[in-house]
Design a protein around this ligand. Sequence first.
Ligand code: ATP
Length: 201
Amino acid sequence: MKRIGLMGGTFDPIHYGHLVLAEQVRTQFQLEKIIFIPSGIPPHKDSLTLSSAKDRYIMTLLATVTNPYFEVSEIEIKDKEISYTIKTIKKLKNIFGSDTELFFITGADALYEIDTWKSPEELLKLCSFIGATRPGFDEEKLKKKIDFYKREYSANIFITSVPALAISSTDIRDRIKEGRSVKYLLPEAVEHYIYKNKLYL
Ligand code: ATP
């Protein structure tokens, strides 16, 4: 069986928190590669204030180019409708076939709310999940919920804890707006792209 990781997100912008998480999961779970999937129109976020799909896609490409195990997929940004994970996973399952196990990587906070996603039962049957806990997250609460998913839907869910990188896209956008430095929070090429294209002002 081939093992491939999928890292979904708005990546507005992509930062070292995302990259460290993806690389850690890749090595820890022996994944062949990680495919970053910038969302098109995300169901949970305000798409009006979101940067264009093109800008987010280019920033994701720039950030991942130095890692031979990272790829970027346009699957969601090419879709003009809301990006539901279930739809994306079904399409990727068709592309990769039954000899590939897909691991969807997500923050533990998002994983905790998976029952609010579209078709959670079907989704949990289609692919494995890896939830990353950020510092301060109540892991006990999550574990109880995961036990429930495992029992009810025979879900395949893992938890991993990533190093304390308190970086978020929201904080980076705020810093840019206020003229504060974002150095060392995200790859330099992405930082230059943001300034050159006057994003987040
Ligand atoms: P925003 O601040 O705009 O909400 P974000 O920084 O959380 O964005 P997303 O693109 O929404 O970034 O995140 C994609 C995935 O990466 C999510 O599952 C999120 O939990 C995870 N993630 C984001 N930042 C970190 C970090 N510093 N450490 C670990 N995981 C992270």
